[in-house]
Design a protein around this ligand. Structure first.
Ligand code: AMP
Length: 372
């Protein structure tokens, strides 16, 4: 998969679904069609223009007698659905008694399938089925059952594999999604005591970003004795990680509280690969992604001394005892440090020397961020 943003007309799009995943989804639909319709001589009706590629791939995989025709309807203008569907090329076949399978590239609100069902049922077919390559469950508003679904996607605008933006993009063999804005999303990384919190405070002002520290959110919840706080406390006091499911739900809720953010500084998250995957998914649903992981690199013994020093005033029980501090550092190396590799593979890892004056370290981080 190309790791590149592309431009179509005035908009930018980022890679979203690779060809392999699309082919697998089509294979699965075709297997089911072969099983269900072997002796039915179905009439496949592709919905132009978007479904031409999907229709072609399905037909190539259908092993029994069948026919194909196309209809052309229009409901999209630019990237917004108009809610109005016009019939441009109608159904040109005798449908009475036939098994009809509509082939759609994408079902979102369901306006198109609703109109098609009406038109086709009026012509007396004996069985009406819908197969769609992409489906947006969040925005589908109709009762009509979608029989065959390739890939469910969140409510973002996509192009490629037959789908277009004002005419362009249909020839792409992979699917891209609209890049909604130029969010800057940073993962501020490093072991406990590396100075993430201190630097985040400066960077959030400088770059106008929302700072989310999962540790701070947990501590706030513990202080207020919420259910989440009580649950997290037993792990935090021992210097262990709070389970992924709890942490991920909490992080998602924090992000959702800031729908207009220009970007985020994630501090203390992700700490596991599962968390990194879920963060990628969450940002993808907003047409965004992680811009960079910037890591503060500091030696272990310096960390221990810093945290013991901080423990004198921070009031944090997990800063007070050396064994807990050492356990947090160990947990970092055992469970979290692998994320360096995770982001390195995406060319998004930037290590910075985390020892020195606060201002100097900010400058080192800014040098990375300014080049993103
Ligand atoms: P921190 O303030 O980032 O050092 O976090 C303090 C503690 O909160 C950690 O030692 C963990 O117990 C818990 N915690 C914070 N962030 C996460 C996370 N992303 N996953 C699991 N546990 C976390």
């Amino acid at each position: 998969m190309q790791n590149k943003t592309i431009r179509l007309h005035d908009l930018q799009f980022t890679p979203f679904i690779n060809e392999g995943k699309i082919i697998t989804a089509i294979d699965q639909i075709a297997n089911r069609l072969n099983k269900d319709l072997a002796d039915k001589n179905p009439l496949f009706i592709g919905v132009l223009n978007g479904a031409f590629m999907f229709a072609s791939e399905v037909l190539k995989r259908f092993d029994y007698d069948c026919e194909v025709s196309f209809v052309k309807l229009a409901s999209y203008k630019g990237t917004e659905t108009t809610g109005e569907v016009k019939e441009l090329i109608g159904v040109d076949r005798e449908l009475s008694g036939r098994t009809v399978v509509v082939l759609e590239d994408i079902v979102d609100t369901g306006n198109t399938v609703e109109i098609l069902e009406k038109i086709i049922l009026k012509k007396g077919c004996s069985s009406f089925k819908i197969a769609t390559l992409f489906y947006k469950p969040e925005v589908y508003t109709k009762e009509i059952h979608i029989d065959y679904i390739g890939i469910e996607i969140p409510n973002t605008f996509i192009v490629g594999y037959g789908l277009d933006y004002n005419g362009l993009g249909r020839n792409l063999t992979e699917v891209y999604q609209l890049k909604l804005d130029n969010m800057t999303n940073l993962v501020l990384f490093g072991p406990p005591g590396a100075g993430k919190g201190t630097q985040a405070e400066v960077l959030k002002q400088k770059y106008d970003l929302v700072h989310i520290s999962t540790g701070d959110v947990f501590r706030y919840n513990m202080k207020n004795a919420t259910e989440l706080g009580t649950l997290a406390k037993s792990y935090i006091d021992k210097g262990q990680l709070v389970p992924d499911e709890v942490t991920i739900n909490m992080l998602n809720a924090e992000v959702d509280k800031n729908p207009n953010a220009k970007g985020f500084i994630f501090d203390g998250f992700p700490r596991t690969e599962t968390q990194a995957d879920s963060l990628a998914k969450l940002l993808a649903s907003k047409g965004a992604g992680i811009s960079a992981m910037v890591a503060l690199e500091v030696e272990d013994e310096v960390l221990v001394q810093r945290l013991l020093e901080r423990g004198k005033t921070s009031g944090r029980p997990d800063d007070a005892e050396e064994v807990v501090i050492r356990n947090r550092i160990k947990v970092y190396y055992d469970e979290t440090a692998i994320l360096k590799n995770y982001y390195q593979k995406q060319d998004k890892y930037f290590g910075v020397d985390g020892v020195g004056e606060i201002d100097d370290i900010t400058e080192r981080l800014s040098n990375v961020i300014d080049k993103l």
